[in-house]
Design a binder for this molecule. Structure first.
Ligand SMILES: *[C@@H]1O[C@H](CO)[C@@H](O)[C@H](O)[C@H]1NC(C)=O
Ligand SMILES: *[C@@H]1O[C@H](CO)[C@@H](O)[C@H](O)[C@H]1NC(C)=O
Ligand SMILES: *[C@@H]1O[C@H](CO)[C@@H](O)[C@H](O)[C@H]1NC(C)=O
Length: 738
């Protein structure tokens, strides 16, 4: 920390840098420019001393330049989209019959173009603000200033520039919301109405230019710039994106049998509740003795294999909990019985939690990297003939510990949370300020990366846990490709999480996409934040680290069960009418069903044209595995095969099984050839189908054969307890929250 700067104390933009600083003063001169750029030069009211490492400053400035390049590139692409849209509009592509509805529909397009042009101007100005503000802050962070007054003036100027940018974007957003109000219910469009479902982003959480310390100067700057960048990009991006979806909506208006029509036009009708598949726990708990060895993904395979060899003398009852599929393949060839392996798609964070989920009986746990595999005799003795002295921690082998019982939860906290949430929503709707203004919003926008099914579910549920522990009302503002409420809606009697408008503001926020380590290194930054409203972008499982950092709240809220994510999913969601209709239209075979999820390519459904990466022949292994599973359970089951490639239909074994009625493939309801190949189009077209497939795997099959993917793994985790295996190697699968 020796390079940290002093000047942010008392500065409006950054009051959170650690106070104890030991500035050594590097040799960097004020007027120096570096990394081949002339752009970074501190103004003369800075003195020659710096407390920052030069390479840190260079990294930050490189990041600024990357961002500016990105903005320019996006604006250029959008310029082309704008041109196309203007041409279309000039050609009058919508049929105008003079009715109020056709006028309204035309206006949905034209107002978006108008808003986009205005937002684009604001963005162009914002680029200058981002550049100037970052430079100022970097100088303030790294240099002694001769003038506190000057610093404060620039701080004030930056703040008001950002505030006015937010206000401009907010005004454009609000104008759009007003223009979208349907003049008559018969003109209403489900998609447009859903854009503003739920409450709007609370006014008291809108503006927060403050800089949050996130472990390093680079990470802190990256976080800050990321937030400003989204203020620059989201409003124009979402307007263009929505315009594309409106085009789809009108294209599908003439195809009422399509899934996309059901999804976008809005569907009314009864919603389905959860299925009543009977819970049927897989017996993953070995007879005594029981030792679960957890292997992190990054452990080198040869180290794992060596440890396995070293521990061969230990009697049966050892279980290897693996996540990395390379580990699974390597160990499958080594172990005497495949029951010794347990696969989890998501690395366990709570070893005791997983062990408790697997075994009601006493067991031991250890993390491979923490144990001494050469100490096999000691481990053996402890497991097979423990003595009185083994009650003492000091006599346990290195890293090994007995599973502790779960503390009894008290559910009263959860009930209170649900009530407080309802009050928050109700007061916000009526325009009042809720008693507690603390809220946390999970966002997935037109411009942000949200990931596939697994990513989104993990991101939302993790954010929900964080919100509950922090005593914040939890909301979801997920707009891509369509508002989430068109697919999943709030569970009746649960909490109404619907919110909109978080993309037109500059709130405090965090981005944990693909960066669980950033959250885990200091969960308190988020959990103990004093900001009223936090906006979170994340595809990570934040729950375990959050629960560990706030154990008392976790108990009070009853967040202690091994299947926490399942309980929370069921508190939040039920299928929308459109998804319910889609689910009702399935013809599920009677009797026992085994769901197979075969992911040939490591790809999202919208990229279905990509060549398969995995050998299709591996599907044979999946099918053999399903047959084994069926035999073990003593069932006469039907196989439901969900695959991300149509090629599976050409396989002789699949055709045979299908002809015999033993195997069923989901129908391809939306047989339309592609209207265009844009990702949005393909995603929307297949969205209901994909969710229906996921829902079927989660709630309507008695057992699962899975690929190494979050899609199936979240279905296992969030549905009732059932036997499950990883198709490759037919290795038992655990779906506890862990
Ligand atoms: C900056 O803004 C604060 C708060 O609005 C104000 O009190 C202060 O006088 C301003 N400082 C300067 C130098 O303009
Ligand atoms: C999984 O293991 C392989 C082989 O040891 C390794 O190359 C890979 O990086 C590991 N994956 C992760 C996510 O650590
Ligand atoms: C399984 O069920 C199917 C359909 O009900 C039936 O035709 C078949 O004979 C059954 N197989 C066994 C082994 O019981």
């Amino acid at each position: 920390m020796r390079w940290l700067a002093v000047l942010w104390r008392g500065s409006a933009l950054g009051s959170v840098l650690p106070a104890e600083l030991h500035c050594t003063g590097s040799a960097l001169l004020v007027q120096t420019s570096f990394a081949g750029t002339q752009a970074f030069t501190c103004p003369p009211y800075y003195e020659a001393q710096t407390c920052c490492l030069q390479h840190e400053m260079e990294q930050i400035w490189e990041k600024v330049e990357d961002m500016l390049q990105f903005v320019l590139r996006v604006m250029e692409d959008q310029g082309e989209d704008l041109k196309r849209a203007e041409d279309q509009e000039a050609a009058g592509f919508l049929e105008d019959d003079g009715s109020i509805c056709s006028e309204y529909h035309a206006q949905l397009f034209s107002s978006r173009l108008r808003g986009f042009r205005e937002a684009r101007q604001a963005t162009a100005k914002g680029v200058d603000i981002l550049q100037g503000a970052t430079m100022h802050m970097l100088c303030a962070a790294c240099f002694q200033s001769s003038s506190q007054l000057k610093l404060e003036q620039v701080d004030n100027f930056t703040s008001s520039a950002l505030l006015s940018l937010q206000d401009r974007m907010g005004a454009i957003f609000t104008e759009q919301v007003l223009a979208d109000r349907s003049p008559d219910t018969q003109c209403s469009l489900g998609y447009v109405d859903a854009l503003t479902a739920g409450i709007s982003f609370p006014s008291w959480g809108r503006f927060s230019p403050a800089f949050v310390w996130q472990g390093s100067l680079l990470a802190s700057f990256a976080g800050w710039m990321d937030r400003v960048l989204s203020l620059l990009m989201e409003v124009p991006g979402s307007l263009l994106f929505q315009r594309t979806l409106l085009q789809l909506l009108f294209f599908y208006a003439e195809r009422p049998d399509s899934d996309a029509f059901q999804l976008l036009q809005g569907h009314s009708g009864a919603v389905l509740d959860y299925s009543s598949i009977e819970e049927e726990p897989e017996k993953l708990c070995p007879d005594a003795p029981r030792l679960f060895i957890f292997v992190r993904q990054a452990v080198p395979t040869d180290k794992l294999l060596q440890c396995y060899k070293d521990l061969q003398a230990v009697p049966a009852g050892v279980r290897w909990v693996l996540t990395n599929s390379s580990h699974v393949s390597a160990m499958s060839g080594e172990v005497k019985a495949k029951e010794q392996l347990i696969w989890r798609r998501f690395e366990a964070r709570s070893l005791h939690g997983v062990a408790r989920a697997l075994c009601a009986a006493p067991a031991w746990v250890v993390e491979l990297e923490a144990m001494d595999c050469k100490d096999a005799p000691h481990v053996s003795r402890l497991l097979t003939s423990p003595s009185e002295q083994d009650l003492r921690r000091s006599s346990w082998p290195q890293g090994v510990s007995p599973v502790t019982p779960s503390p009894p939860p008290s559910w009263s906290g959860l009930e209170e949370y649900v009530q407080a949430h309802a009050a928050f929503v109700q007061q916000s709707r009526s325009g009042a300020v809720p008693a507690s203004r603390k809220a946390l919003v999970y966002v997935c926008t037109a411009m942000s990366y949200c990931g596939g099914h697994g990513d989104r579910l993990n991101g939302m549920l993790g954010a929900f846990v964080v919100a509950m522990l922090a005593g914040r009302a939890f909301f979801i503002d997920s707009q891509r490709p369509v508002p989430l409420s068109l697919v999943l809606q709030p569970r009746v009697g649960g909490i109404d999480w619907r919110m909109h408008g978080s993309h037109a503001v500059l709130p405090a926020g965090f981005n944990f996409n693909d960066n669980l380590a950033a959250f885990e290194s200091d969960p308190h930054v988020v959990l103990d934040s004093q900001e009223d409203v936090l906006r979170i972008v994340s595809n990570q499982r934040l729950s375990a680290a959050a629960l560990r950092s706030h154990p008392r709240s976790a108990r009070a809220l009853g967040l202690t069960g091994p299947r926490l994510h399942m309980e929370l999913f069921q508190l939040l969601f039920q299928p929308s009418p459109a998804l319910s209709a889609r689910l009702r239209a399935r013809k599920l075979p009677e009797g026992r069903r085994i769901g197979l999820h075969f992911r040939a390519g490591d790809q999202m459904p919208q990229h279905w044209k990509d060549p398969p990466r995995h050998d299709l022949a591996q599907l044979e292994e999946f099918l053999n595995c399903a047959e084994d599973l069926e035999r073990q359970q003593g069932w006469n089951a039907t196989f439901l095969l969900f695959a991300d490639t149509d090629k599976v239909r050409e396989m002789p074994r699949v055709q045979e099984l299908a002809a015999a009625g033993k195997l069923v493939l989901p129908e391809q309801t939306d047989g339309l050839v592609h209207l265009d190949r844009s990702p949005a189009t393909l995603t929307v077209r297949g969205l209901l189908q994909t969710w229906a497939d996921w829902w079927t795997l989660a709630f309507d099959v008695d057992a699962l054969v899975l690929s190494h993917s979050g899609f199936g793994a979240t279905a296992l985790e969030l549905g009732p307890l059932r036997p499950a295996v990883l198709g490759l190697g037919c290795v038992l699968a655990d779906g506890s929250t862990g």
